[in-house]
Design a protein around this ligand. Structure first.
Ligand code: AMP
Length: 596
């Protein structure tokens, strides 16, 4: 049986883990990194870069580099690259496909089953979009689980004691806080709160602004006016921030940052932890609100918490740790790497689910742990007067099955429209409409007589099905929530096939790019050698080299790897080899002349 993996599909970084022989292991990238930047780029040569390679070239290829696509999940966001449209699911699928393929190389076997994590704040549409991204990447998504729940799983196993804990997750782009109850083989999320737009990127932005301001003050040159310089400042800012988690002071060194008054500007600054804390104090303070509302929702005082877990790379910041301690009175636990524990928990859950689906009893972390999750927001339907009538409360434990009987508002009404809402506000218009459908064929009757039973079913993945049934006629209608931006099954299947086809094409393209580089270099060498040493060749030899060079020039065409078929690549390879053979002599003569 192939192994099931756990994936933390993060806003800034993603991480993949697996349970092997009872031990949870983080799967490294081929470059040896333990997390993969959630960045996708399309080079001008038609190559797709994912992860570190994409992140490294972001500054020089900003228009064709996509970061933080997770923020767009479940929206109608698209991007256009060379006339092809991509939505958030297809871009996320590219990241998932890379994680999957890294896992396959590491494990030496095909991987299809996966558990993927999402922020606790994701609504149904966003969860569904994540599941769809998994399918496009060719994954069988066993379950979508909340990130803090996943972290608690990673820890919960080490800590068998019954207790209520807080998971404080400050990543690159999002902040989530959850209250979780750990019992006998049960981990239940009691409450969640957070801020979808607060994370390490905001800390980087503060340091970036400070560096740019200092540069302007000291050298009268502002790196914010030069995109390449600004990108270097951003990278230095993140680096300094990370160093200040361990050191009291750090040096920011940016030689040749930009031109200033006709001279290259070398910037060197010292940033102390105290100054960094001052620059970012309000960001750290902003985490207090969600901490309090999660505690309130769970009906707990901080003193009732058994533990506080820190999750997300930004919880390495000492001021953040101090804030958590001040807010809760508890020294937070960090014995699992905060960047990795979400993926670890997902791997544990994946192991449990795949073990449960086979008859062989497996042992290992997570076996037998039943994972209970909660709805992130309340669910309602619109009733007469535009009122949002709530059927499922926020933080209800999944799975949910709830029915309520409604009636008609007008006499002889033969159909009802069901508008499904998500949110906490009393009026329908202030909540998000996540799906609509109609139940027709209701028997003619005065207002208030027909009995329409509306049922909400939410499965363990948080995927919602709403049905309406006329209790008189038995007529029923239902929807599984599909917002306008949700992809249809056919679209997902098409996107999956495209992605697979692309993976095959990618090999050809990579080879073509390499070949184009080599062929262009050979052509210019041969042209130069002919010009300088051509006189020493006999006429027919010279003619042959020229002919072969022309043939290679023709095979190169416009040098666009993305426009080349496999046959074009083969023609180019053979033209390059022919010229390499016929020009060897003149190249040698040219070299000898150069050495003299
Ligand atoms: P995550 O999304 O959990 O991978 O968190 C990524 C964020 O954590 C990024 O903003 C990183 O800059 C930040 N981060 C990683 N390591 C550190 C560190 N040692 N100190 C401060 N922030 C860090």
């Amino acid at each position: 049986m192939s192994k099931a993996i756990g994936i933390d599909l993060g806003t800034t970084n993603s991480c993949v883990a697996v349970v092997e022989g009872g031990v949870t292991t983080i799967i490294p990238t081929p470059e040896g990194e333990r997390t993969t930047p959630s960045v996708v780029a399309f080079t001008k040569e038609g190559e797709r870069l994912i992860g570190s390679r994409a992140r490294r070239q972001a500054a020089v290829n900003a228009g064709r580099t996509i970061s933080s696509v997770k923020r767009h999940m479940g929206t109608d966001w698209t991007c256009d690259i060379d006339g092809d449209r991509y939505n958030a699911q297809t871009i996320s699928a590219m990241i998932l496909r890379k994680l999957r393929s890294d896992a396959e190389s590491y494990l030496g076997e095909t991987v299809t089953d996966a558990v993927i994590t999402v922020p606790a704040y994701f609504n149904d549409v966003q969860r569904q979009a994540t599941r769809d991204a998994g399918r496009i990447a060719g994954l069988n998504v066993l379950r979508i689980i909340n990130e803090p729940t996943s972290a608690a799983l990673a820890y919960g196993l080490d800590n068998g004691a019954h207790q209520k804990i807080m998971v404080y997750d400050l990543g690159g782009g999002t902040f989530d806080v959850s209250i979780i109850e750990i019992g006998d083989n049960v981990i239940e999320v009691l409450a969640t709160a957070g801020d979808n737009h607060l994370g390490g990127d905001d800390f980087d932005a503060r340091v970036t602004e400070w560096i740019a301001g200092e540069c302007k003050r000291l050298h009268r040159a502002d790196p914010r006016t030069d995109p390449a310089a600004l990108q270097r400042v951003r990278e230095a800012a993140e680096q300094a921030k990370k160093e200040l988690s361990a050191l009291e002071s750090t040096t920011i060194n940016l030689p040749f940052l930009m031109m200033s008054g006709g001279q290259p500007l070398h910037l060197e600054l010292t940033l102390t932890r105290a100054k960094f804390n001052e620059l970012t104090r309000d960001l750290v303070d902003r985490t207090a609100g969600p901490v309090q509302s999660a505690l309130n929702d769970a009906g707990l005082a901080a003193s009732e918490l058994g533990r506080v877990l820190l999750v997300g790379g930004s919880t390495r910041i000492p001021a953040v740790q101090a804030k958590v301690k001040a807010l809760t009175g508890i020294q937070p636990s960090q014995n699992i790497n905060p960047d990795e524990c979400v993926a670890q928990g997902a791997a544990i859950q994946a192991n449990t689910l795949s073990a449960a689906s086979t008859t062989t009893a497996l042992t290992g972390p997570g076996t037998g742990i039943l994972l209970l999750d909660v709805t992130p927001m309340s669910l309602a339907i619109e009733t007469v007067g535009g009122v949002a009538t709530r059927l499922v409360d926020r933080n209800a434990t999944l799975p949910v099955h709830y029915s309520q009987v409604f009636s008609t508002a007008a006499p002889y009404q033969s159909s009802v429209d069901i508008n499904v809402l998500q949110g906490e506000r009393p009026m329908a218009r202030d909540n998000r409409s996540i799906g609509k459908f109609s139940l027709r064929g209701i028997r003619r009757a005065p207002a208030g007589v027909p009995q329409i039973e509306v049922t909400f079913d939410i499965d363990t993945n948080g995927i919602l099905t709403v049905s309406a049934r006329d209790l008189d006629t038995g007529k029923a209608q239902s929807i599984t929530i599909t917002a306008n931006d949700r992809m249809s099954d056919a679209e997902i299947e098409q996107a999956r096939r495209d992605a697979e086809q692309y993976a095959a094409q990618d090999e050809v393209r990579r080879e073509a790019i390499e070949l184009i580089r080599e062929a262009s270099a050979l052509l210019s060498q041969a042209d130069r050698a002919l010009g300088v040493a051509g006189k020493q060749l006999d006429k027919s030899e010279k003619k042959q080299v020229k002919q072969d060079a022309d043939a290679l020039r023709k095979a190169l065409g416009k040098g666009r790897a993305d426009k080349m078929t496999e046959a074009d690549v083969a023609t180019l390879r053979s033209a390059k080899e022919t010229l390499a053979a016929s020009s060897a002599h003149v190249l040698q003569l040219y070299e000898q002349m150069n050495q003299k």
